[in-house]
Design a protein around this ligand. Structure first.
Ligand code: SAM
Length: 467
């Protein structure tokens, strides 16, 4: 959002007070209501999480976000970093308004279909992890991010979420030229001027300018044009931003309507405080923090004219050498393995043809579930396998840990043992976290160094839940 738009350095970002221009533009939209918005922007943002339905189910004692089945508000911001369940991918810390994605996906009618979906601007992974939980497990989700630094955190978050049939790519939108009419659903959560994040992110506030709005419009137009050509006839495109600028929102959607798209109305409940916008001939949703418990957000769904059906592909048979490490996965299909940079990834055979076509057009960072990495000439279980919902834990020695030991493990420490041998699977409250290697009186740590907890326990309270 502002943070994810083209960055200016902090020194040239100007004052931390939003420009008078900003409130003048909002006054044009909201009239005197803009005073209520200004007051809301001076209050702390709501804190919310979205639970992983396959890892956590329904947390008790938390209040549900009404537009998101697995979204919950928290009364205060706890120390998430020191909660092992966060590292195990049991929930994602996400702003509440953006969880309206669920209603947009419902409006497309594609929720239960084995579709091919693309999340074009995906890092750090909020929408992709949500899509992955919303869509049918047989659907393929391609999660793409242009920015190299942000690709790493996207990969980490998607591996921790651990749902199969997920491909991670790192391309600029113009690379979609190689995949015309290929996706049934595309999410474009575009880089934007970030006005809706002003109270969460002081840098978004500081870097705002009318020039930034204009630059964002250009990037959004480019991303939408490429995405639109990659959408199959009859498919749907979900467009969102976290800003209130009409030029970045309704005007962008109006261009898709002019190209033959039809806005789908996203159903909402009047009690949610979400505003329906029907400017510029589009039907969209807007969120304002003085009207609801969430940050600024814009959301629309546009269906492309035409009517091709969702494809089904014949599975590709696997070869014998693929069978051995496949036993680390639940036998839900004849897993097809693809190697990338000394890592074997498991792909559902019904998608291997599609994944190969994607590999020809886009740089693929992770084509499927990372199952095994090659070390000293042998394959050993990959950190992403431990976090996968397709792992078969019965294939490994269970090493259950309490909270203190889980935190020590996530900090990179070895764990004490009596007679440790082979590969162990560290579990916390029955949630797999990662691997250890037996060395007699201790389990050597195999939690990836870049994922380690490096901060000191802060003053913030610990989380109040357990599984
Ligand atoms: N969808 C993400 C989520 O829910 O966690 C947030 C995405 S953020 C709003 C926008 C993303 O677009 C950023 O990760 C940014 O790096 C990426 N981006 C920046 N410039 C871009 C461009 N020209 N085309 C496509 N994406 C771009």
């Amino acid at each position: 959002m502002g943070r994810h738009a083209p960055h200016r350095s902090r020194s040239d970002a100007g004052s931390s007070t939003p420009a008078a221009d900003f409130f003048a533009r909002l006054h044009d939209q909201l009239g005197p209501e803009v005073d209520g918005l200004a007051e809301a922007l001076a209050t702390p943002p709501a804190v919310s999480i979205r639970a992983h339905p396959a890892k956590w189910g329904a947390p008790t004692g938390l209040s549900n976000i009404p537009w998101c089945t697995h979204g919950y508000y928290l009364d205060e911001r706890p120390s998430f970093t020191f909660d092992p369940l966060l590292h195990g991918g049991c929930y994602y810390v996400q702003e509440a308004s953006s969880m309206l994605l669920e209603q947009a996906v419902r409006a497309t009618g594609l929720l239960h279909e084995p579709i091919v979906a693309l999340d074009l601007c995906a890092a750090p992974g909020g929408k992709s992890t949500h899509l992955r939980s919303l869509l049918h497990s047989d659907a393929l989700v391609v999660s793409n991010e242009i920015d190299r630094r942000r690709q790493q955190v996207l990969v980490e978050n998607l591996w921790k979420w651990g749902v199969g049939n997920t491909v991670i790519t790192g391309a600029a939108p113009d690379k979609l030229q190689g995949l015309p009419g290929s996706f049934d659903l595309i999410v474009v959560d575009a880089p934007c001027s970030g006005e809706g994040m002003f109270r969460k992110d002081p840098f978004a506030r500081a870097q705002w300018s009318t020039d930034l709005v204009a630059q964002c419009c250009t990037m959004q137009r480019d991303a939408l044009d490429h995405a639109w050509r990659s959408l199959r006839p009859g498919g749907s495109l979900i467009y969102s931003t976290c800003t209130w600028e009409i030029s970045e929102n309704e005007a962008q959607v109006a261009r898709l309507v002019a190209m033959g798209g039809t806005c789908l109305s996203i159903p909402i409940d009047a009690t949610w405080g979400v505003v329906r916008s029907q400017r510029e001939g589009v039907d969209a949703l807007r969120c304002y923090p003085h009207r609801m418990r969430g940050e600024g957000f814009f959301l629309a769904v546009v269906r492309k004219e035409g009517n091709t059906t969702v494809r089904q592909e014949a599975p590709v048979p696997r070869t014998l050498e693929e069978v051995s490490v496949s036993t680390w996965l639940l036998p839900k299909c004849d897993w097809h393995l693809m190697e990338r940079d000394e890592v074997l990834h498991a792909v559902d055979p019904r998608w291997s043809g599609t994944v190969n076509r994607i590999k020809m057009a886009l740089p693929v960072l992770s084509p499927g579930i990372p199952v095994a990495e090659r070390k000293a000439g042998t394959w050993r279980p990959h950190p992403g396998l431990a976090l996968s919902t397709d792992l078969d834990p019965s294939q490994f020695t269970n090493v259950p840990v309490d909270t203190a030991s889980a935190i020590a493990y996530l900090q990179g420490h070895a764990l004490p043992a009596q007679d440790a041998d082979g590969v162990g699977l560290v579990t916390y409250q029955a949630v797999p976290l990662g691997w250890v290697q037996g060395a007699g009186r201790r389990w050597n740590n195999r939690w990836p160094a870049p994922w380690r907890i490096r901060t000191q326990q802060p003053g913030a309270p610990r989380v109040s839940w357990s599984r």
